[in-house]
Design a protein around this ligand. Structure first.
Ligand code: BYC
Length: 347
């Protein structure tokens, strides 16, 4: 078994692999598009579309708060993809073989593509991408806490693939059913690619954990450092997650942060056994009565510190992003000049 070939915990009847769930969401999305649309006044129509599990599309009327909530979440998601290129990019020039280097390059490029799908989805809500980039750089919008941790060894590239991309898929598979059409469609594509990313990380760790004692120790050290930050990626726990209730009522989010975190823990246990690596939590035990694992929660004070800008690499990430943005100004200028010239010629 490999990476996300694992389905939901086997004790759940009818468990489907994560990729099967993406395929189910894609099929349901196509079926919903063939159904008659509800009728009614603006508010009735909006709620009826959501109740019928159809999709709200860019030209549909939507409450202002729904629009704002989506811009907030999709922009944060897009920024995470773009900032997420940095920790892995750190290893492109030091990948151990040419093959590893080519795979990593492709993966990091994929993340840029995910950012583009997501910025494009956000733009359908009437916000300008340039404005979103400014908001990332000046700290008005967030990006995932996870990318503020350093990648110290090659094994960290494996741990990011297995744990960070693994957490990302568990979070994003339900978003394939988000009520906003452009976001749901972007997520279907992202999840398919992300599943490959998770496999490559899992494979890196598998090779290391079955290599020399030094390689195995390096893999274990990476898992020890990335486990709790990966659990924290799912966001604050129930009671400290102000956006969840409304987001679930609008069917943007389908599960709470805690439900998805639990799903991730249950999925990783079997995978860690095959890797022959230990998850760094002495409190991690199977709870027969509940049909799930008990586990130690991540340090949420640390999560909030990192979100507020005080993680190990926050400043470095934003400084780098700002420099890349400024350095790319000539490309944007050239693209704009070319588009203008082309428009003149065809007019
Ligand atoms: N980091 O009410 P809550 C990837 C914020 S990219 C930072 O629970 P919500 C990859 C939250 O925004 C993966 N901030 O919020 C890329 C909110 O603040 P505001 C990125 C966090 O939205 C490259 C406040 O805390 N995935 O995988 O209901 C290479 C309260 O939280 C975090 C996504 O973005 C955090 N971890 O739930 C490799 C998925 N957690 O906005 C891999 C899409 C919470 O009210 N997003 N906050 O000021 C989501 O699913 C949801 O937005 C979240 C949070 C589950 C993250």
């Amino acid at each position: 078994m490999y990476g996300n070939d694992f389905s939901e915990p086997p004790e759940q009847p009818g468990a489907r692999s994560l990729l099967d769930q993406v395929a189910d969401a894609e099929r349901d999305l196509e079926l919903a598009a063939q159904q008659d649309r509800p009728t009614g006044t603006e508010d009735d129509y909006f709620m009826a579309v959501i109740a019928a599990d159809q999709k709200i599309e860019p030209r549909d009327w939507m409450p202002e708060k729904y629009r704002k909530n989506l811009i907030r979440q999709i922009a944060q998601h897009a920024h995470s993809e773009i900032i997420g290129m940095q920790p892995e990019g750190n290893w492109i020039s030091r990948a151990p073989t040419l093959k590893r280097k080519a795979i990593l390059l492709a993966k990091v490029q994929d993340e840029a593509g995910h950012g583009l799908y997501l910025y494009a989805a956000a733009e359908t809500l009437g916000v300008d991408r340039a404005e979103l980039s400014d908001m990332l750089i000046d700290g008005r919008q967030k990006y995932s806490s996870i990318f503020n941790y350093p990648t110290l060894t090659w094994a960290d590239v494996g741990a990011i693939g297995w744990l960070v991309d693994g957490a990302a898929i568990v979070n994003q598979v339900p978003l394939c059913r988000a009520s906003y059409g452009p976001y749901a469609r972007a997520m279907i594509r992202v999840c398919k690619e992300e599943s490959f990313h998770q496999r490559q990380g899992y494979e890196i760790l598998h090779v290391l954990s079955h290599g020399t004692p030094e390689q195995k120790a390096m893999a274990q050290d990476a898992v020890d450092r990335w486990w709790y930050p990966s659990l924290a990626m799912f966001g604050p726990p129930e009671g400290e997650s102000p956006n969840t209730a409304q987001s679930m009522a609008w069917k943007v989010k389908r599960f709470t942060n805690d439900e998805l975190r639990q799903r991730f823990v249950d999925m990783c246990v079997g995978q860690a056994e095959i890797l022959d690596l230990t998850l760094p939590d002495p409190g991690l035990v199977w709870n027969e009565a509940e049909g799930r694992h008990d586990y130690t929660q991540p340090d949420y004070d640390e999560l909030f510190r990192v979100i507020k800008g005080n993680g190990p690499c926050n400043r470095e990430r934003i400084t780098h992003r700002k420099a890349a943005h400024e350095g790319g100004q000539w490309v944007r200028d050239a693209a704009e000049a070319y588009a203008k010239k082309k428009a003149k010629v065809s007019a």
